[in-house]
Design a protein around this ligand. Structure first.
Ligand SMILES: Cc1cc2nc3c(=O)[nH]c(=O)nc-3n(C[C@H](O)[C@H](O)[C@H](O)COP(=O)(O)OP(=O)(O)OC[C@H]3O[C@@H](n4cnc5c(N)ncnc54)[C@H](O)[C@@H]3O)c2cc1C
Length: 403
């Protein structure tokens, strides 16, 4: 086959995964990105340890992608969590399974892996064009804004890997949405995913407890009951335990104007045992002492109880235990998408075929977080980005092969 020109627009994990597959095809691969350097969100993910995939049973793993799970299945099957660990090791980054089943690089960083990855791609002849912001289609290719002014390129196939809408300062600002909408592509509205929520704290609570973690609690919502920890912020709550519930809480707030989230501050004890332990405290003890000795609760946990259940009869052990075991948190709204770990929404799956090609734009493919799927934190996001980038690359190869 004559060498073809392939434009990959967006140089995050999805785009780079596609470049890796296509670099073996003999075609001319160019990766364009609006930012001065590539994969900035991937690098930031490395600051909190880079949870690169998850080791749980694969059948369960493959259901973590909301309604899109069956649609992503073929791509995930072709690049599984086990494949990711082998791939990372091939780039000099060994990984380990943490106590929660999450998989991390031994060095808990993304930078060495990214450096080795970019070097390998360059070694295979992939060309990189930073500071190239895609601003639309031309008759035979694309238009970019660059520091040297406007530039157009022609190409035989395109992969869009432009990311979602969270953390726009890292490049994924979703400015591409109107450009695809005007081509008739349906885009589900972007919404925050794995996000915090606003709560109307009193000034006193906010001043004293913003930044404090609440550890070893459980949280219950329509999504289920999960153990973990979260953080009090000036605006409300955030952290891994809240992210686990955030999709249903966000949807309930949007659809019903309210969402039920309750915290168990003493998950190690049953309601009956906690009531008994509280009843055993002397009536003359201060409330703080009764909470500390009878329920093991002090500091931010005790303050949260006071803040959220001020009406509770402190002298009724049963009522107090009930509040401690199921403290309702009155959520106002999700935090803005710019602060969210990821986004829900994006190009509707009905717009792409099983090779990730846009049905209305032959030769144009899309992958990664710009597609309409969401997943919890736990390495699922990166796994789906790697997998869909690779699947779209295979789609491009097959499409060019047929032409
Ligand atoms: C703080 C944080 C921590 C995270 N931690 C983890 C984690 O531990 N594990 C995990 O699985 N996931 C994690 N994620 C999520 C994960 O990083 C993303 O899901 C993933 O980076 C998405 O990959 P992508 O390639 O689809 O998009 P992106 O990584 O967003 O890349 C898109 C690229 O497209 C470029 N671009 C956008 N518009 C244009 C344009 N018009 N022209 C040219 N280029 C453009 C952007 O500059 C960007 O480089 C984290 C995210 C954040 C914010």
């Amino acid at each position: 086959m004559k060498q073809k020109k392939i434009a990959i627009i967006g140089g995050g994990p999805s785009g780079l995964s596609a470049a890796e597959v296509l670099s073996a095809s003999g075609h001319a691969i160019s990766v364009y990105d609006a930012m001065p350097t590539f994969a900035r969100k991937f690098l930031l993910a490395g600051k909190s340890g880079l949870n690169i995939t998850h080791s749980e049973d694969y059948e369960r793993f493959a259901t973590r992608f909301s309604d899109a799970s069956p649609l992503l299945r073929a791509a995930l099957d072709a690049f599984t969590p086990a494949d990711i660990r082998v791939w990372a090791a091939g780039l000099g980054t060994e990984t380990f399974v943490g106590s929660s089943g999450r998989v991390f690089p031994n060095i808990m960083k993304a930078s060495p892996l990214l450096r080795a990855w970019l070097a390998r791609l360059e070694g295979r002849g992939v060309s990189f064009f930073p500071r190239h912001r895609w601003i639309g289609f031309t008759d035979d290719g694309h238009a970019f804004e660059t520091p040297d002014g406007g530039k157009t390129i022609s190409c035989d196939a395109t992969l869009f890997a432009l990311g979602g809408a969270s953390y726009p300062r890292l490049g994924s600002d979703a400015a591409w949405v109107p450009l695809l909408v005007e081509r008739g592509i349906t885009i589900a509205p972007f919404q925050p995913a794995n996000c915090g929520f606003d709560v109307a704290w009193s000034d006193l609570f906010q001043d004293h407890f913003a930044g404090q973690p609440l550890k070893s609690v459980t949280a219950t919502s329509r999504a289920g009951t999960f153990p973990g920890e979260f953080v009090i912020t000036r605006h409300g709550i955030e952290g891994s335990l809240i992210y686990t519930h955030s999709a249903v809480l966000r949807d309930d707030l949007r659809e019903h104007g309210q969402a039920a989230l309750s915290i168990d501050l003493a998950p190690g004890r049953t309601l009956e045992r906690l009531s008994r332990d509280l009843a055993r405290q002397g009536a003359k003890s201060s409330f703080s002492n009764r909470l500390r000795k009878g329920a093991g609760i002090d500091g931010a946990k005790a303050a949260l109880l006071r803040e959220l259940a001020p009406e509770t009869n402190r002298n009724d052990p049963q009522e107090l235990a009930t509040a401690i075991k199921a403290l309702p948190v009155p959520l106002l709204r999700p935090r803005p998408i710019a602060e969210a770990i990821s986004s829900a929404g994006g190009i509707a799956f009905g717009e792409i075929d099983e090779t990730y090609m846009l049905k209305h734009l032959p030769g144009v493919f899309a992958a990664g977080e710009m597609l309409d799927w969401e997943a919890p934190t736990g390495g699922y996001l990166l796994t789906a980005c790697f997998a869909t980038g690779r699947a779209a690359a295979k789609g491009i190869e097959a499409w060019l092969g047929r032409r």
